[in-house]
Design a protein. Sequence first.
Length: 113
Amino acid sequence: MTLVRPHKPVKIDLNQDYPCPCRRKGHLLPIVLTEAFGCDRCQQIFVVEDNGQNIEQLSSSYPYKRIWRWTGYRWLIIRPGLSSLGPSIIIGIALAGLFMVLPAIIFWLAYRR
């Protein structure tokens, strides 16, 4: 029987270095006078979130935030839910549904006699 370590979040220490969640060989090093880390390999910047347990990658090339949680020995990626994708996605889905149903309603109204 193998024991599985629980994935409990651990508060991130701003004075410690961590492995980079993007690259296996990179290390996150604290950026002085900030609550952020920089990777020595991929040059990405990561900001510690308010709860102190997650980091967010500062990047504008992804449609959603990339967030990781430190478990004490590795990073776990946090998958975004619908709320973090933004209301524009939800509105788009609602409009697509409306445009699919609207022709059916018009057809039903025209031929119900």
